[in-house]
Ligand binder design. Structure first.
Ligand SMILES: NC(=O)c1ccc[n+]([C@@H]2O[C@H](COP(=O)([O-])OP(=O)(O)OC[C@H]3O[C@@H](n4cnc5c(N)ncnc54)[C@H](OP(=O)(O)O)[C@@H]3O)[C@@H](O)[C@H]2O)c1
Length: 232
């Protein structure tokens, strides 16, 4: 099975691995990053798969860039949208040190922008064959899993994202669009750090397997990369 995928945050980490694996397997890949000039690995991927990979400048927080992307896509449909771009914000911020503006930036990137992009690209997804929207969430956004407190910026942004995913899955059910929140595992990327448990290759291979088998029954779920359901 192949189709057209659009992925945000493709210059490094999980986004780069998603772009690579889909291109390798014959998909058409719209790979977005906010600074293409400095995206060496992504430029190398485009050079390796020139027929399949198309690069786009996209800071997900900029509505003008979302509009420009939509224009450039012409009449293409998008089978699979992967809202991957994410921002942890400053680490180790404990109660008493929370700053409004820093919190706002994390919410903007992780919660608001994925929905704004999905809304802008919706007609392309609705008219595609596979009709799937994936959101990279995180287990630390699970309220029932929160045993250690803290992490105000990132945790709250992913918890709110999960609520967005749930609503969207209900709203898009009539259009037969599958919508899921995915936890990629603790992955060795800049965000996950070097002590993380799995490689981007392992995570993305599993996530792609899940996405390939996804049906409407699973729409609206919060899924771990191994396919198990995570409690909200
Ligand atoms: N790694 C883990 O263990 C882990 C665990 C749970 C969930 N996740 C989630 O998985 C996703 C990918 O994480 P990762 O580990 O690959 O993180 P990463 O290595 O920190 O990469 C983050 C990516 O998001 C991009 N990004 C950030 N803000 C952006 C913006 N405003 N516009 C466009 N792109 C932006 C970054 O681009 P720049 O280079 O321009 O900053 C980068 O490409 C995130 O949503 C993250 O929350 C990761």
């Amino acid at each position: 099975m192949s189709g057209t995928v659009l992925i945000t945050g493709c210059n490094r980490g999980l986004g780069l691995e998603f772009a690579y694996q889909y291109a390798r397997d014959g998909w058409r890949v719209h790979a977005c990053a906010r600074d293409l000039v400095r995206a060496e690995d992504l430029l190398a991927l485009e050079a390796r798969f020139p027929e399949q990979v198309q690069l786009h400048t996209l800071d997900v927080n900029k509505d003008g860039q979302i509009k420009a992307l939509d224009r450039v896509l012409g009449d293409e449909t998008i089978d699979l949208l992967i809202n991957n771009a994410g921002y942890y914000g400053p680490k180790g911020v404990c109660f008493g040190k929370v700053e409004r503006e820093l919190w706002r930036q994390v919410l903007e990137t992780n919660t608001l922008s994925p929905l704004m992009l999905t809304q802008a690209l919706y007609p392309r997804i609705a008219t595609s064959k596979l009709k799937t929207v994936a959101f990279l969430s995180s287990k630390v956004g699970s309220i029932s899993d929160n045993q250690s407190g803290g992490g105000y910026y990132y945790r709250s942004s992913k918890t709110a994202l999960n609520q967005v995913v749930k609503s969207l899955s209900i709203d898009l059910e009539g259009a037969a669009i599958k919508v899921v929140a995915l936890h990629p595992g603790w992955v060795q990327t800049d965000m996950g750090g070097e002590n993380a448990l799995i490689t981007p290759e392992e995570s993305v291979t599993s996530l792609r397997g899940l996405l390939q088998q996804l049906d409407m029954e699973q729409s609206g779920r919060f899924l771990n990369y191994d396919g198990t359901v995570i409690d909200w």
